[in-house]
Ligand binder design. Sequence first.
Ligand code: NAD
Length: 264
Amino acid sequence: MKIGIVGCMGRMGQMLVSAVLADSGAQLSGGTERAESSAIGQDLGKALGQVTGLTVSADPHALFETSDAIIDFTSPAATRMHAELAAKTNTILVVGTTGLSQDDETVLMQAALTVPVVYAPNFSVGVVLLTALVERAAAALDNSYDIEIVEMHHRHKVDAPSGTALALGKAAAKGRHIALDQVWQKSRDGHTGPRRRGEIGFAALRGGDVVGDHTVIFAGDGERIEIAHKASNRMGFAAGAVRAALWSQDRLPGLYTMVDVLGL
Ligand code: NAD
């Protein structure tokens, strides 16, 4: 399967190049970057100390035309453009970009009418498991247990709360048969008054080179349950995304998640 990486010089982009090169079932078809990037024209493996014979390009259309699947960990605006291209060129799309608006997600859904699209805020197997555990815990514990979700990421992250934190909130809300946007409290500041019963709260910490920590706290009277996941490198995300691309081969068009890919 020929896999192309858009945003191939990013933190995740480089991990994805490395993961595709390491997978015997996949062949790297190329990579793109922003037109103003200084990496345009360089070998895709340069920063990894490898020679791939493929150069970083600024032409996504050509990459989509020559790939079976594209993996996209870029920015919401770029992902939107890539989703339109995927539908136009009939190319499988795997999206890890977070911070997508509802409008951006609608564009993904439209592309999924034509091609398989896998969209996940977190491609690590451990986080997929954490999400399932959180839904079960929220269903088992009534709303006298206050749910708070704490996440920490590196200083370069641009969206908050993280896509994974929101997905964990959605899972907790689903366990309680409510919609997250009816009960979420995305941040607190100043005189907030007491906590509303049933609220799902978020706290986002930023600093250093933290790859991604998530803790879901169920705080009751006299006890507290905490379920946590900590990623120590990005390889798990990249390997999961390559696995999703390979899984999508020969699938019907549709919007899939990592739960589908892992068959959970
Ligand atoms: P990054 O800033 O290091 O990389 C993004 C790359 O995309 C940059 O190199 C940038 O130049 C490139 N880019 C932007 N617009 C482009 C365009 N139009 N065409 C081609 N390239 C373009 O960021 P990162 O840490 O690699 O994260 C990228 C995204 O992935 C973020 O939204 C982040 O939250 C998300 N992420 C998701 C997961 C997951 O498992 N789903 C894991 C880690 C990060």
